[in-house]
Design a protein around this ligand. Structure first.
Ligand code: NAD
Ligand code: UDP
Ligand code: UDP
Length: 311
């Protein structure tokens, strides 16, 4: 049985990953500082003797004994990562250094959660891994985008310089149960607004696009990447290529949830990417992975979750 460290394990994606690893018979050490995650996200795992939860901030060194490391610690929603941008960069950069140092000492394999934000506001569409991106280095999103880019640099340098086994996963917008209802991402906002009869907040004219991946598909891709052959490091895009405007998303949410919410239009945040869609050819050939859950089905599951926690 492998012992697996999941940093950010009490967050949205991390909690689903912990669950999946335990189901596969692994031993899981979940490390989190509870900035955006919560004990409640993993409390259903406390009874499992193979699960352990540790409060710790990855910007500080960590001395534990594990075989594999999934480094997910980092707030993912713009509202949260812009709340304390200096801490966000520290989490990505110092966090990566510490987890890479840990991996080096233990000769453990490490997977770094990167992001489609490394492509910035892209002029190549859909985005392929070979595209270097168009990121503003000094804007309000830079703490996240550049932090993640630097983490990718560190991961590949530890691979080249000290021969660590590494995996870089570029995650595209993901949604599903256990998203934080207050974290300001578009899917959680729209569903909660529709459920509570509040206006649906469209930023800009709503013509910008995103491609939404259901959490089960995403976590499946994450484990496939971790278990892929040693010579495959990535970066690899994991996401669902189905691309929607924010207006289309709002209509779909209203169709699924019902209710009488009106649309209101608010200013577009600075540097908000205009379009985003993953090219997943590499994930298909290298990992045999493709998403299965269509947006409408995933939104129904997510709406059912929010309906339950809002009740
Ligand atoms: P989340 O905010 O729900 O989870 C992040 C977790 O990391 C939280 O539990 C938080 O408390 C923890 N954390 C933050 N800073 C920490 C620190 N310094 N030390 C220890 N723990 C810390 O977000 P998520 O959606 O689950 O994202 C998980 C990872 O996936 C992040 O690295 C994020 O950048 C990446 N990602 C997510 C998406 C998405 O759409 N959800 C897209 C691209 C990339
Ligand atoms: N580190 C850690 N746990 C370990 C080993 C290292 O947290 O088990 C941290 C430590 O803080 C160090 C960082 O990882 O600063 C980078 O480690 P590395 O060995 O690459 O660098 P060095 O220790 O030589 O600075
Ligand atoms: N957005 C929106 N209304 C909201 C929240 C977000 O129109 O209430 C838009 C946002 O401007 C962006 C898209 O939805 O164009 C996705 O935003 P999110 O924060 O979910 O993800 P990211 O911008 O990081 O891809």
């Amino acid at each position: 049985m492998s012992k697996i460290l999941v940093t950010g394990g009490a967050g949205f994606l991390g909690s689903h990953l912990c669950e999946k690893l335990l189901l596969a018979g692994q031993n899981v050490l979940c490390v989190d500082n509870f900035f955006t995650g919560s004990k409640a996200n993993v409390s259903h795992l406390f009874e499992d003797p193979d699960f352990e939860l540790m409060r710790h901030d990855v910007t500080l060194p960590l001395y534990v004994q594990v075989d594999k490391i999934y480094n997910l610690a980092c707030p993912a929603s713009p509202v949260h990562y812009q709340h304390d941008p200096i801490q966000t960069t520290k989490t990505s950069v110092h966090g990566a250094i510490n987890m890479l140092g840990l991996a080096k000492r233990l000769k453990a394999r490490i997977l770094q959660a990167s992001t489609s934000e490394v492509y910035g506001d892209p002029e190549v569409h859909p985005q392929v891994e070979t595209y270097w991106g168009r990121v503003n280095p000094i804007g309000p999103r830079s703490c996240y985008d550049e932090g993640k880019r630097c983490a990718e640099t560190l991961v590949l340098d530890y691979h080249r310089q000290v021969h660590l086994q590494v995996k870089v996963m570029r995650i595209f917008n993901t949604y599903g149960p256990r998203m934080n209802p207050k974290d300001g991402r578009v899917v959680s906002n729209f569903i909660v607004q529709a459920l509570t009869g509040e206006p649906i907040t469209i930023y800009g004219d709503g013509s910008q696009t995103r491609s939404f991946c259901y959490v089960d598909d995403l976590v499946d891709g994450m484990v496939k990447l971790m278990e892929s052959p040693a010579d495959f490091t990535g970066p690899v895009n994991i996401g669902n290529p189905g691309e929607f405007t924010m207006l289309e998303l709002a209509e779909l949410v209203l169709k699924i949830v019902g209710g009488s919410s009106k649309l209101i239009f608010l200013p577009l945040p600075a540097d908000d990417p205009k379009q985003r869609q993953p090219d997943i050819s590499l994930a298909k050939t290298a990992l045999g992975w493709a998403p299965r859950v269509p947006l409408e089905d995933g939104l129904k599951e997510t709406a059912a979750y929010f309906r339950k926690i809002l009740a």
